[in-house]
Design a protein around this ligand. Structure first.
Ligand SMILES: C[S@@+](CC[C@H](N)C(=O)[O-])C[C@H]1O[C@@H](n2cnc3c(N)ncnc32)[C@H](O)[C@@H]1O
Length: 460
């Protein structure tokens, strides 16, 4: 029965329990049994194998089968590399023209990793308020996310953390430490199953990332599944974006032309394809011997030597990019592609060029709103979503997105109305049906997300 359960767990969670780890599987199910209301492991396994589990139940099971161990600034070398090499180059290339940064901690557990990233950015960017910073933190375990959202930690979470972190960014409450609200607000937590949910997708904001951390989770996956996760994550990165995984969990796919290993003293990071000069570390900050530079051919053949940083350019109005011959001019697809590459200003220009010819198409306004949202222009995104809903009041995903945005703005009553409307529209669809503009996410999954959001709302 355990072997059968192992197959089941691999299919729906991506978690791999080879014969020598069946004992771990048994222990995990033993601990889940209580939460599912069973007194014996066998009865719990029988039920698991015979039941069509809800997403919530799958997530609960996952949280018992993986270890959520983590701590602030885990693996200091990686944070040092970010601070001295990777981030300065990105920040400098965007300063004064396009001041945004998008980071994702995939499998964030109880939040120590994404909060460490937020702390690092506060330390590195003195004019942070003039930047649009997005730190997305996701995990499959609702319990871990709840703890992350509370932002209260014990000593164990600081076990190998520089002292200034606890002293400068936390407030002591009895024997616990509460994160500074300003840092807390920089991180958005949400539930995402790396084995099943779609990414990159604008709907869960997993696109156009500059840096992705996915550490200490791929070890639980089979080789094929881990490869697939890495492939998808690499599609979530902008050109020149960075993937950070732990050294023990680098599967076969992490190889040119998808990602290139860049060797720093003490750690290897992975960098996506063609390097734009916007994000290339300058030679002055990057030890030449440390970098395994990809051959120009593997980078799309530009042959441009890395390290030729340009002076800051003044802001200018983005142009609609010229399309290849026969491309048919600007299109929603082109706007999406550009948004996926993180070329947000161009994506918006394309989207706005398309709208006049199809003014009553709510999907175009939805696309425009998602791009505006990524650019941090949430006020405008709200107005544009309202326009989409004016045209089509039954547009479930627009209600969902608007509810999400309004919630972020603290407009809880209006948010609640839109989330409830989205929920009722989605309940009218089949559980596995994918509504328009949902980018592969099923109605059932969206309903669960909304319920989780409403739960967070209730606690707040
Ligand atoms: C050891 S923690 C890693 C925390 C942090 N990334 C670090 O390295 O310190 C592993 C996390 O992976 C999460 N996890 C396991 N399977 C997952 C899946 N299929 N999708 C998303 N998260 C998953 C677990 O819930 C757990 O919180």
């Amino acid at each position: 029965m355990l072997a059968q359960l192992s197959g089941f767990v691999e299919t729906c969670l991506g978690l791999h329990f080879p014969p020598e780890r069946l004992g771990d599987l048994e222990r995990g199910v033993g601990s889940a049994a209580g939460e599912f209301g069973f007194s014996t492991i066998d009865s719990c396994i029988e039920w698991l194998l015979a039941t069509a589990l809800s997403r919530r139940q799958i997530e609960t099971l996952a949280s018992h089968l993986t270890v959520g161990e983590t701590y602030f600034f885990r693996d200091r070398r990686v944070f040092d590399i970010l601070e001295t090499q990777v981030l300065p180059a990105i920040i400098e290339s965007r300063r004064g023209r396009d001041q945004h940064l998008r980071i994702w901690s995939a499998a964030c557990s109880s939040g120590e990793e994404p909060y460490s990233l937020a702390i690092l950015l506060t330390r590195m960017i003195p004019d942070l308020k003039d930047w649009i910073i997005s730190i997305l933190a996701t995990d499959i375990s609702p319990l871990s996310l709840k703890k992350a959202d509370e932002g209260i930690y014990g000593e164990w979470s600081f076990r190998d953390t520089p002292r200034w972190v606890k002293e400068g960014c936390f407030k002591q409450r009895a024997d616990k430490f509460e994160i500074n609200p300003r840092i807390k607000r920089m991180v958005t937590f949400s539930c995402l199953n790396l084995a099943e949910d779609p990414y990159p997708a604008i709907i869960n904001a997993t696109n156009a990332m500059d840096i992705i951390f996915c550490r200490n989770v791929l070890i639980y996956f089979s080789r094929d599944r881990a490869d697939a996760v890495i492939r998808n994550l690499s599609r979530c990165l902008v050109d020149g974006g960075w993937l950070v995984v732990s050294p023990v969990e680098v599967p076969g796919t992490v190889a040119p032309p998808l990602l290139h290993p860049v060797r720093f003293p003490g750690a290897v990071l992975y960098r996506k394809g063609a390097m734009t000069e916007d994000v290339i570390p300058r030679p002055a900050t990057l030890p030449a011997m440390a970098v395994a530079r990809p051959k120009p051919a593997a980078l799309g053949g530009s042959g441009k030597a890395p390290g030729t940083a340009r002076p800051v350019r003044p802001k200018k109005k983005p142009q609609v990019p010229v399309t290849a011959a026969g491309d048919g001019g600007p299109s929603p697809q082109q706007a999406r592609r550009l948004a996926d590459q993180g070329r947000l200003a161009e994506a918006l220009a394309v989207c706005e060029a398309v709208i006049p010819a199809d003014k009553l198409n709510p999907a175009l306004y939805y696309l425009q709103a998602t791009i505006l949202q990524e650019m941090g222009r949430t006020g405008e995104a709200v107005v544009v979503l309202q326009r989409a809903l004016y045209i089509d009041q039954e547009f479930a995903i627009a209600h969902f997105a608007l509810g999400h945005l309004l919630q972020g703005q603290g407009r809880h009553r209006e948010a609640g109305k839109h989330l409830a409307k989205a929920c009722s529209l989605l309940q009218g669809l089949g559980h596995d049906e994918v509504p328009p503009e949902a980018e592969g996410m099923s109605a059932g999954r969206l309903i669960e997300l909304i319920q989780a959001m409403q739960g967070l709302e209730g606690r707040g």
